[in-house]
Design a protein around this ligand. Sequence first.
Ligand SMILES: Nc1ncnc2c1ncn2[C@@H]1O[C@H](COP(=O)(O)OP(=O)(O)O)[C@@H](O)[C@H]1O
Ligand SMILES: [Mg+2]
Length: 294
Amino acid sequence: MNILVLSRNSSLYSTQSIVNAGRRRGHFMRVIDHMQCDLVMEGKNLQVYYQDELIDDYDAIIPRIGDAATSYGSAVVRQFQLMGLFSTLDYEALLRARNKISSMQLLAAHGIGVPKTVISNNSYTIEESLDYLGRMPLVIKLAQGTHGIGVLLAENKKNAGAIIETFHKLKQRVILQEFVAEAKGADIRVLIVDDKITGSMKRQARTGEFRSNLHRGGNSTVVRLTEAEAYAAKQAAKIMGLDVCGVDMLRSKKGPLILEVNASPGLEGIETTTKIDIAGKIIQFCERNAEFKA
Ligand SMILES: Nc1ncnc2c1ncn2[C@@H]1O[C@H](COP(=O)(O)OP(=O)(O)O)[C@@H](O)[C@H]1O
Ligand SMILES: [Mg+2]
């Protein structure tokens, strides 16, 4: 099979891991930067050019779209999908998952546990918004943040009000969330490939930090999921429409609470922690779905 990996940087661990896994399984693998793709439509004919070169003869794409490239990246993925290539990431699911507002709404509406969340558009009703949540401290998050950046803890109402006002002034939409203290700075990352759990790890925030992201200095260990956690992770992936994803959840008194479903989950942490060849599973997922042109 000929497989394209969409990635801004071919030396990244996740990109390398996918390329190596594909080559080990006998496929032709190529990495191209989605931000340097030109999209052409003429009549019903759709094409993608990469630095003047027509990109054809591929069977599948594996998009690795970073947060900063969501908008154009999804247009490139859409083009390839419309051209009939199999994609491990659906462009609509990508857009859905990148927004913490739509993610929380959809998960909650389908009965998946999420931390109590309040979304508000203006600064006039901050008092009320804080009252809906009730307890302090609370977590304030940028609607479109990642790697733990834009996620902060407000200790009291005055403090929370000032932070929310500042974000609104900067035209940044935020979500307010109950702080799940009993998680004790740990969360669980579950890697799903094709509806199946392929690996899971617990990430513990470093001392004095509540965000457990590995990018924020958290450390990871292998974890055994409870039945409820496994079910919630699989359901969350399905609801978001993501075949390959990383589901983040907190262990709480109420059971698992989903924080987000990552559409381009990093592979380094999960592969080195669990010693599982996740990239290989992603390649096998392509093999099962892409039509061979041979
Ligand atoms: N409501 C919450 N209660 C306790 N901890 C939280 C809460 N929300 C997020 N966290 C911590 O902050 C980290 C980052 O939050 P997350 O919503 O996943 O944003 P990001 O997209 O930046 O990773 C989580 O992995 C978790 O450790
Ligand atoms: Mg996260």
